[in-house]
Write a protein that binds this ligand. Structure first.
Ligand SMILES: C[S@@+](CC[C@H](N)C(=O)[O-])C[C@H]1O[C@@H](n2cnc3c(N)ncnc32)[C@H](O)[C@@H]1O
Length: 284
């Protein structure tokens, strides 16, 4: 795709004062992370190549579907924490995924009806579903921007973002199960740092990231199968995940196995049963 076409795509957004939606072109011949994740979560928006790669990965990690659900459950816990304990009322959720149960705006607005959420994803299939994310009750508001985490400046400057969020007030930045889709040479740490620098004191960032720390062989197999399917999955160590939070204060319990991050109810019997690190940090 040419630079000009890319620029035009970045202008696509849905929200108050924005409706530049057009039917997206969806390539169903190669697996996409959003659709493969939807398959694992038991959704309906996936095609044969998404299921084939999802199943190949399931051979390496038989509990992958449970792990995907644990990641999703954590997202809800983290949003509730941000609303209840940190007073966050506006969210920037990058790597939205195909709408499913417990989307960020639903969880936030159930706690605080006036919460505002800007969603960002670069997958046309998510754009096709974005209207489902636009339903806010009461005074709440949502917007959707079709854009790429690898161009954080374009996200931050987008009028659908600046028209929905007040960047002088604390923001909850959600980077949940997305950073593994960026290779090291795409500078994920620099992209995250650009986003963090733009947010005011009191903002929080929420990150989950798959890791090989709990079962290196299985995760190596996952990365290899993904590469065969032309998808990037880069597992990272706890130390590498902690680097994303540099300069921010990790809230208790720090970077932890996703199941062990402030579980609702009893602590998990085996917190290492889901191969994700999770953390939430506050900007001083
Ligand atoms: C595994 S899903 C995670 C969905 C959701 N955050 C969750 O954890 O339930 C990853 C999402 O990130 C999106 N994504 C991947 N690379 C991206 C990029 N460079 N910029 C924006 N979104 C991206 C995919 O399209 C997909 O919807």
């Amino acid at each position: 795709m040419s630079d000009r076409q890319n620029e035009q795509r970045d202008l696509i957004a849905i929200g108050r004062g924005f409706d530049t939606w057009e039917p997206p072109e969806i390539d169903t011949s190669v697996p996409h992370s959003a659709r493969m994740y939807d398959y694992w979560l038991g959704g309906k928006t996936h095609f044969a190549p998404d299921r084939a790669l999802g199943e190949a990965i399931e051979q390496a990690i038989p509990d992958i579907k449970t792990m995907a659900r644990e990641n999703r459950t954590f997202l809800g816990r983290a949003v509730r924490h941000l609303v209840r304990e940190a007073g966050i009322r506006q969210f920037l959720d990058i790597g939205t995924g195909i709408p499913t149960g417990g989307n960020t705006h639903e969880v936030a607005q159930a706690e605080a009806p006036g919460s505002r959420v800007v969603y960002v994803d670069n997958d046309p299939i998510v754009l096709a579903h974005a209207r489902a994310l636009m339903v806010s009750g009461g005074q709440g508001e949502t917007a959707y921007i079709h854009a790429d985490l690898r161009r954080p400046e374009a996200i931050l400057a987008h009028p659908a973002l600046t028209g929905t969020l007040d960047l002088t007030e604390p923001v909850g930045l959600m980077l949940v199960a997305i950073l593994m889709l960026l290779r090291d040479d795409e500078d994920p740490r620099g992209k995250v740092a650009t986003l963090l620098d733009a947010l005011p004191s009191g903002s929080h960032v929420v990150i989950t990231h798959p890791t090989g720390d709990f079962d290196p062989e299985a995760m190596e197999a996952v990365a290899a199968k993904a590469a065969q399917g032309r998808m990037t999955i880069v597992p990272r160590t706890r130390a590498q995940v902690e680097e994303f939070f540099a300069g921010w204060e990790l809230v208790e319990p720090g970077v932890a196995p996703v199941m062990a991050w402030r579980p609702d109810g009893e602590p998990p019997v085996d917190p290492h049963a889901a191969y994700y690190w999770a953390g939430v940090a506050r900007k001083p």
